[in-house]
Ligand binder design. Structure first.
Ligand code: FPP
Length: 227
């Protein structure tokens, strides 16, 4: 497997179960992300994409939105050295114009500093799959439509936020929900899905191994026929 994607769901419920503020669940979620990064590297996976904030998440309370944005900013600052030392390239996909100028600057700086990493961590931030497709269509219309070249799937994919990132092989969603929630709509065409009841902050090596074992048992026909 080259690319694992995760819908990190259940942070809020994890916190509520412990009578903690929801933000503590997100903090524990950030730690689970760090663990998952190491599981992926050890398993020989080269891309990890995580859904950190959707275009819909702006509707949450100002306190939670502000807390999540601060958590991301803190993550960027505290993890910089570790990401560089571990050869991890940091990338953000999503509608960046929604983010504060400060956060956009921090993201761009970290992307630049980590650009040579052999492993890629993609963070979906203010991300929605439909929004990404619409932005890609607008970019294509603006920059390439006049060329007159036929629009193919491969050509269109060059305008997505994920232009240089392979499609995910496996998408895991934690916490028992079984929806795609607008995550990687275009890129997930042939992805396998794996759902687990485990809440994201509890996602550990055993949960990771179980997901990978389930994936290994799937027959990936990719629309074709197995010989
Ligand atoms: C879904 O759980 C999770 C989120 C909306 C946020 C995910 C963000 C993190 C794990 C923060 C760390 C990320 C980075 C890149 C530092 P939920 O709040 O919907 O949980 P619930 O369904 O139990 O309420």
């Amino acid at each position: 497997m080259e690319h694992l994607a995760v819908i990190m769901d259940g942070n809020g419920r994890w916190a509520e179960k412990r009578h903690l503020p929801r933000l503590m669940g997100h903090r524990a979620g950030a730690e689970a992300l760090d663990r998952c990064l190491h599981f992926c590297k050890a398993a020989g996976i080269r891309y990890l994409t995580v859904y950190a904030f959707s275009t819909e998440n702006w509707k949450r309370s100002a306190e939670e939105v502000g807390g999540l944005m601060k958590l991301l900013s803190t993550y960027i600052h505290t993890k910089e050295k570790e990401l560089i030392a571990n050869g991890i390239r940091f990338r953000v996909i999503g509608r960046r114009t929604d983010l504060s100028e400060k956060l956009r600057g921090e993201i761009a700086a970290l992307e630049e500093k980590t650009k040579d990493g052999a492993f890629t961590l993609v963070v979906a931030l203010s991300y929605g799959g439909r929004d990404e497709i619409v932005r890609a269509a607008a970019k294509w219309a603006r920059d390439a439509a006049a060329d007159g070249a036929p629009l193919t799937e491969a050509e269109f994919a060059r305008f997505l936020d994920t232009a240089d990132i392979p499609d995910p092989d496996l998408i895991i969603r934690t916490s028992g929900e079984q929806r795609t929630s607008n995550f990687l709509l275009w890129q997930s065409a042939y992805a396998e899905y794996y759902f687990t009841e485990t809440l994201w902050p509890d996602f550990d090596q055993a949960a990771f191994d179980k997901a990978l074992a389930a994936y290994a048992g799937r027959e990936r026909r990719m629309g074709g026929r197995l010989k």
